[in-house]
Design a protein around this ligand. Structure first.
Ligand SMILES: [Fe+2]
Length: 145
């Protein structure tokens, strides 16, 4: 039981770090969008940035609810100026997959042990998978059916 608690705290802290990095990445990338579709893409990225910040906060609240100490680190940040929006989106796909992996790990750990955390993880897997599907659709070419 104690092992599980510690593992859950570690995963949640990983999520705090990853979601915070996501908030930074989306904000930075929103400042690098030019051309015809700038306004909708920029707005979408800023929405994603604030959603990631909310997710980081939620994961952090779970850490402290379990008596853990919240991580003061941050996940990997964007290291490159990409040449196209597609490249940015591809990088974000990788980032989002990492998040889904962590939420799934949390779900697996908490199943049958903590209904509350299980529910938290399940809802996030659904939300993040929908979000990933959206990015993948954005990467399709216009006219693809
Ligand atoms: Fe998220």
């Amino acid at each position: 039981m104690e092992d599980k608690r510690e593992e859950a705290i570690a995963i949640l802290n990983g999520l705090v770090e990853l979601e915070l990095a996501g908030a930074v990445r989306y904000t930075q990338y929103s400042l690098m969008i030019f051309g015809h579709a700038r306004i909708p893409i920029m707005h979408w990225m800023r929405q994603q940035a604030s959603e990631a910040l909310t997710h980081a906060t939620e994961a952090g609240e779970e850490v402290t609810s379990m008596g853990g100490r919240v991580s003061l680190d941050i996940g990997q940040l964007a290291g490159t100026h990409h040449a196209s929006v597609d490249e940015i989106l591809q990088e974000l796909v990788v980032h989002e997959r990492r998040g889904i992996e962590l939420y799934r790990k949390l779900l697996k750990l908490t199943e049958g042990w903590s209904i509350s955390l299980e529910e938290f993880a399940r809802a996030k897997v659904r939300g993040e998978e929908m979000h990933l599907a959206e990015i993948e659709k954005m990467l399709r070419r216009r006219g693809d059916a």
